[in-house]
Design a protein around this ligand. Structure first.
Ligand SMILES: Cc1ncc(COP(=O)(O)O)c(C=O)c1O
Length: 439
């Protein structure tokens, strides 16, 4: 079996490298010389080192924003073009969302009243569940407190020891965590070479086989080849779960995601997960599929039962944003056009962008992390707020500056991003470090 690269590539920080010295693992605490507290503090030091980012002249991470504005953010009193946000439909400050939150506040207040299973469920939660299921052409839906938890608890509830899970190598960390927690036998595949999926399915034959993949790969801006994946899952009788975190409200002519993008039947996919914190406006995660499954998740998933309900004001916002999406599909087309506009703008300047047409995540990949830091720092200085994607989010060989587009951007904003980035790229002669493609 091909060993999954989960731990090395995604699951854990490379603490040994990060600390530039020997690592104290959980099993190596020397009780005679070190207390457990000291050992844990040493481990935290290694984590905090973060590859030396604090010693860089500029640390792009954890920047605190004063206020958000259409396509912009104020940082330390300076207005920046925001090109790192996932709020794709740009509805965060819309009057309808504000009215929905105000009305929910009048009805419920802001306090969390407990777990969904106990006293925390409201009719807004239930309305969002049925609405998102209907929107995605599915039987039923269930919502959770955030997207990370949704993947983690769904996967680890539905499969377990004795089952097989077949996971794409670059799936989001929340999927990887759920996969590890499930105790199922893990096989991996690469979306860029689906022969690896066939091989994994062959090896998993005779067991309950659970295939899981992102619909849009958020680090690469690429779309999963769903027709081929569905074909293989059907051939082998495997269960298919998709993460539509970055594709709900983004793909398809009306934002119904990857199934609509490929003109397929929603029933081709057993289970779809989406976050409420990206295309939609809010916080939370949703799973849609067969009622037996969504009911089982609300009865048995620990991440549903043993945590506070999704915040009701955010639930109201997510529900209203779903209504807007349903009533005004033109906002999806507008987003896709803007995404393509930035992509084309970069390409016209000879900047080698990764990803697929119309996807609002646009990575420019370099062969070393220093150039990525330098580009990010210069962009920040020139008024463009964009964060680098580095190891362990991506492979050490392909760090990147990753731009995002939202409907809140004007074309003039996007022109400015292209001009500023193009100029900086020329100034530091970054072209020679560009990675055109993986092969
Ligand atoms: C593909 C994917 N799945 C799940 C999540 C987790 O979603 P949330 O931010 O709602 O916890 C993310 C978050 O970035 C994501 O990119």
């Amino acid at each position: 079996m091909q060993e999954p690269r989960l731990n090395s590539l995604w699951g854990k920080l490379d603490l040994e490298k990060a600390s530039k010295g020997p690592i104290v693992s959980n099993t190596q605490v020397d009780a005679t010389t070190k207390s457990s507290t000291q050992a844990i503090l040493q481990k935290c030091d290694a984590i905090n080192y973060q590859g030396g980012i604090d010693s860089q002249p500029f640390n792009p991470f954890h920047t605190a924003v004063d206020s958000f504005h259409d396509g912009k953010a104020s940082v330390d009193g300076k207005m920046m073009l925001m090109s790192g946000s996932y709020s794709y439909l740009g509805l965060g400050k819309s009057a309808r969302i504000k009215a929905a939150i105000d009305s929910a506040f009048e009805r419920y207040g802001c306090a969390n009243q407990g777990s969904r299973a106990l006293t925390g469920s409201t009719v807004l939660h239930e309305e969002l569940e049925s609405s998102i299921a209907k929107f995605l052409g599915s039987d039923s839906g269930v919502i959770f407190t955030n997207g990370y938890l949704t993947n983690y608890t769904t996967i680890s509830t539905l499969i377990g020891p004795g089952d097989s899970v077949i996971t794409e190598l670059t799936n989001h960390n929340s999927i990887q965590a759920g996969v590890r927690a499930s105790g199922a036998k893990v096989y991996s595949f690469s979306a860029s070479n689906l022969a690896t999926l066939r091989k994994a399915l062959e090896k998993a034959q005779g067991t309950t086989s659970f295939v899981v993949a992102d619909a849009i790969f958020s680090m690469d801006g690429t779309i999963l080849d769903l027709p081929t994946v569905v074909g293989l899952c059907k051939e082998f009788g495997a269960f298919l779960m998709l993460d539509e975190a970055h594709s709900l409200g983004v793909l398809g002519s009306t934002g119904r995601g990857i199934v609509e993008h490929f003109g397929m039947d929603p029933q081709d996919v057993d289970l779809r997960m989406a976050t409420l914190s990206k295309g939609l406006t809010g916080v939370g995660g949703a799973v849609v599929g067969d009622t037996t499954i969504t009911k089982a998740l609300s009865r048995g998933a620990h991440g549903y039962l043993f945590t506070g309900a999704p915040p009701v004001l955010e639930t109201a916002a997510a529900l209203e944003s779903l209504r807007i999406l349903d009533e005004e599909p033109e906002i999806v087309v507008a987003l896709q056009k803007k995404a393509q506009y930035l992509r084309d703008g970069f390409s016209a300047k000879g900047l080698p962008v990764w990803g697929h047409d119309g996807v609002p995540i646009i990575p420019v990949v370099y062969d070393n992390v220093e150039i990525v830091y330098e580009m990010t720092a210069r962009l920040f200085k020139e008024g463009v707020f964009v964060v680098p994607a580095i190891y362990p989010a991506v492979s050490k060989k392909t760090p990147r500056v990753r731009f995002s587009v939202t409907n809140a951007h004007s074309l003039a904003d996007l022109d400015s991003i292209v001009d500023i980035f193009g100029q900086i790229n020329d100034e530091v002669d970054a072209h020679r470090h560009a990675v055109i493609s993986l092969s």
